[in-house]
Design a protein around this ligand. Sequence first.
Ligand SMILES: Cc1ncc(COP(=O)(O)O)c(C=O)c1O
Length: 397
Amino acid sequence: MTISKKVKSALQDASWVRRMFEEGEELKRIHGEENVYDFSLGNPDIEPPLSLKKALKALADSPIVGMHRYMANSGYSETKRSIAKVLAEESGISFEEKHVVMTVGAAGGLNVVLKAILDEGEEVIVPSPYFMEFRFYIDNCGGTIRPVETNEDFSLNVNEIEKAIDQKTKAVLINSPNNPTGVVYSHETLGALGKMLERKSRELGKTLYLISDEAYKRIIYDGIALPIVFHYYPHTIRVTSHSKDLALAGERIGYIAISPNCDEGEDLIAASVFANRTLGFVNAPALMQRLVAPLQRDSVNVKEYEDRRDLFYNALRTFGYQIVKPQGAFYLFPKAPIEDDVAFIKELQAKRILVVPGRGFGKPGHFRIAYSVNKKTIEGALPGFREVAEKYGMLPS
Ligand SMILES: Cc1ncc(COP(=O)(O)O)c(C=O)c1O
């Protein structure tokens, strides 16, 4: 066989998100794009803020000598300093330039961190449901994913995480705001998680790391603030990007921030820079690093996503769907009225509505709706959602 057995098996087990996206393309070909309601892919549809476009134009008009050349593998000082400054202001912790490594999106950042910390066979605990790519990223770096169920409302079940921790455990990987549930982990939950990790690290005589995937950090609603993860546990690494907050998903710009309070922090930083280089990223895109440096407090208009959440969530609730109200990201993760989530999403597909079955996120019996689409698409799909709800006797009388 030409390709590796592992890759072959991963390909056969193709991602549900991709599968739905591809089926959607076929439906669009048959029925026309405007007649298919595609909620399969979390691709931000809002344009980047005007400030980015202006900075891009200014840079193109007055190029800096050497701006397309190689640089230090950790990225430009100017960008890291700007990020560290905001991190220090937000957290009150003394972040400096050296604690930041610029990466090729959050996906690149996660691979870098995992490569830096994992030895063959070590485990990473991931609360479930979870972003499926985590499985591959962990495997890329020789580790094993250990999914742990969350509570009914998708909040962290700290007791279950504790039970899963043993000598093989290297890290816990959380994601808040969460893909696929939209849940934001609370101050209390993170407090309990931090205390438990401190206790378990002491018991095991080794440092357990907390990796916090905050790819959706600014896509957050209802006036709530995202708790600062560094406050709850010293050995914390934040991985994030500007894919969602500045709508730059295709430009691949992100960073990792290693807490100054992290055990063996200097080694961890050196290992991350090494991994950034040797995984073949070399460095994060130069042009994007320059552009995002002054935009660390900017964001797309989050209200637009919040309005869509309200529209979709309220309508689906009226039709009888059971959903945990998301506080961030741009996903809804309702319960399917039957156990077989794939059978259920086929019903929606018959109404030309594309969603992803929960099993694509390790949680059968649910389905994910990505509402990073325009309002018209949401409004167009509502009658279909209602008809399916009626068929399954979900409509409140
Ligand atoms: C939870 C989560 N983490 C990471 C990523 C990767 O983001 P990036 O585009 O920054 O690589 C995504 C992308 O959808 C995501 O949903």
